[in-house]
Design a protein around this ligand. Sequence first.
Ligand code: CA
Length: 249
Amino acid sequence: MNAPLVILVEDEEHLAQGLLFNLEAEGYRTRHFADGSEALTYLLETKEDLRAILLDVMLPGKDGFEIVRALREQELYFPVLMLTARSHPEDVLEGLNAGADDYLAKPFDLEILLVRLKSMLRRAAWTQADRLHPLAAVPPPPKLSADLYLFSGRTIQFDTLQLVAPNRTTQLTLMEADLLRYFVDHQGEIVPRKDILEQVWRLHEDTDTRAIDNFIVRLRRYIEDDPSAPRHLLTVRGVGYRFLAQPAP
Ligand code: CA
């Protein structure tokens, strides 16, 4: 089996060279782009079995947000770890909204980057076929495990990040799956918005919270029969949200 391929999109030459050296020392294959447009062209066309993208925000050509948005629009669910500036917390939210799976604030510790990358690869260990053609892929038969959750005719497969509903299969991003898992783990309880920021996304409580609303809209689209009249993912006004696996009739 080939070493996992990791794509680095970073225009700071010094940082990029250091990262590439360390990634290769850890046993990854790498490919590096310093220009956002060139990176996006490659990512939209590549047939390579790439496993993760380390994506800077400020880039010549196209910025990191444009890149991740364009990939998600094409239903390309490569795991994306965004490298954001610590001085711009709003970058984190914009990155998550655009569909990034995780983020790391610059300057970061190399060891932390490697741990995050490893855990992202572990969570995203689905096949290339599923990743490239999520809706065409036939979901594997459900198996009973901690990675499987059944409710109301729907199945969440946390290991492959698939949500199988009667009419369609949705490929979740890692961030969507993490949020959904948090709701599942706290089924029936009120989940305050602050817990979503701090426990799920590791953000400070006073961060702008519109990102949560966007994620809730997306999850409702996936799990509700009528997203405008939710029965599973309820708003608790002024506090947060509550997930009910079996809503009262
Ligand atoms: Ca940059």
